[in-house]
Design a protein around this ligand. Structure first.
Ligand SMILES: [Zn+2]
Ligand SMILES: [Zn+2]
Length: 407
């Protein structure tokens, strides 16, 4: 007997396919539990069924291609009776870097326009696999920059321990699909966007990748190593032809040579025949690709980022925020730089505390000032008015107004 309700991932086989973490969230909500609880249940069930242990919930970057994802997919496919592979990048497991750097973002990102459309259609809101991939920063349907934090409270979005819908903030409960401003509009695709979209749209037809596709491709194209280093220097400066490159590197090569990434992965020699090096036209060096650094230089780079964040003064990001916005693993940052991360966290907490005190003071004085208005308005409207007037985040105002109402 299958242990879970039948629920299907949305958009299978299309560019808009749902990612596994989103599917798991919806599956958990359908059962009235959090994703953390669902995964704990899955772990116990899978050990009883097969004797095989599943990794802990936080250790999985669900949507990628790591061995952990492969194990989780086996268990989930068994539990739900359907194929879920294409909600992840598992098809790339033999072609891309074993350490998974440069594949899946460490935090959620979303297109407010897509959420608004889901809602208008009366359909469930969900996260697209495309949004999870590093380097994807724009929705090509709505030409909007993907959002990474809640516009109301500024929080990054994590889903392991909440059960609100995916278009609602896990911290303050407000909507994540706010009306986009002019600033969010991006007319032209970012570097590599077209190739990444092509890959996601055709993932279901990618059954097997060729052996060493990138090195075979690069040996077959008619370009000197010097030219390659010039165009793609920051990717290949240590080893010219890595056997298992990062996904971001593959996308960069496909973009620079203007080839079909699917063909590069399956028939590298044939792809090389089609290749035209767009010299200088789309140099990835001018594009922010935080994850293409090699491991050692990447570690040093993070150290500089930590030092700079501490030196920059308030507002201080938390260590977790700093790492996530730079697609760096939080635990490994804490292990490598215990003193720097501790110092940053200490400053972050001290700053946060000061900020809430300041906000609380403002809220209280605003409440006093608007007392008379409060009697004429609904609690919801009044809360919004106080938040607007005091400049304090809505969730804090809600707490204060709630406690004064009860009192
Ligand atoms: Zn969109
Ligand atoms: Zn929020």
């Amino acid at each position: 007997m299958r242990p879970y309700f039948p629920l299907t991932p949305i958009g299978m086989g299309t560019l808009q396919v749902e990612c596994l973490s989103s599917f798991l969230h919806r599956l958990a909500v359908a059962h009235g539990v959090t994703r953390y609880q669902l995964v704990s249940h899955l772990q116990r069930w899978w050990v009883a069924e097969t004797g095989e242990h599943l990794p802990r919930c936080q250790e999985l970057r669900w949507d990628g291609y790591s061995p952990n994802v492969a194990t989780a997919l086996r268990a989930l496919q068994h539990a739900t009776g359907q194929s879920l592979s294409n909600t992840t990048l598992i098809a790339l497991r033999d072609a891309c870097a074993g350490n998974c750097i440069g594949s899946i973002k460490h935090e959620r990102s979303w297109c407010p326009g897509c959420f608004a459309e889901d809602i208008a259609a009366g359909a469930p809101t969900y996260d697209r696999l495309l949004w999870r991939i590093q380097g994807v920063e724009r929705c090509s349907v709505h030409r909007l920059r993907l959002a990474r934090t809640c516009a109301h409270c500024g929080s990054s979005q994590f889903r392991d321990k909440t059960w609100v819908d995916l278009h609602m903030c896990a911290v303050c409960g407000d909507l994540l699909n706010i009306e986009p401003s002019k600033r969010d509009y991006v007319a032209k695709p970012f570097f590599g966007e077209v190739q990444t979209e092509w890959l996601v749209a055709h993932l279901s037809s990618l059954h097997e990748t060729a052996e060493n596709p990138l090195s075979r491709f690069l040996s077959s194209v008619d370009v000197t190593d010097r030219q390659l280093t010039k165009e793609l220097g920051d990717i290949f400066h240590a080893r010219c032809h890595p056997a298992r490159p990062q996904l971001t590197s593959l996308i960069a090569v496909a973009t620079c040579f203007n080839v079909d990434l699917m063909q590069l992965l399956t028939e590298p020699e044939a792809a090389a025949k089609q290749a035209v090096l767009k010299l200088g036209s789309a140099s990835p060096r001018r594009v922010r690709r935080p994850s293409s650094h090699l491991r050692k230089s990447r570690t040093l780079w993070l150290k500089d980022q930590l030092i700079a964040a501490i030196a920059a003064g308030p507002p201080y990001a938390s260590t977790a925020e700093l790492c996530r916005t730079r697609d760096y693993n939080v635990d490994s940052a804490r292990n490598t730089f215990p003193d720097l991360t501790a110092e940053l966290s200490r400053r972050h907490h001290a700053w946060k505390e000061g900020e809430s005190k300041r906000h609380l003071k403002n809220i209280k004085s605003t409440l006093k000032r608007l007392q008379a208005r409060g009697k004429q308005l609904t609690v919801k409207t009044f809360t919004r008015l106080v938040a607007h007037e005091s400049g304090a985040p809505l969730h804090l105002v809600r707490k204060v107004v709630g406690s004064t109402n009860r009192a």
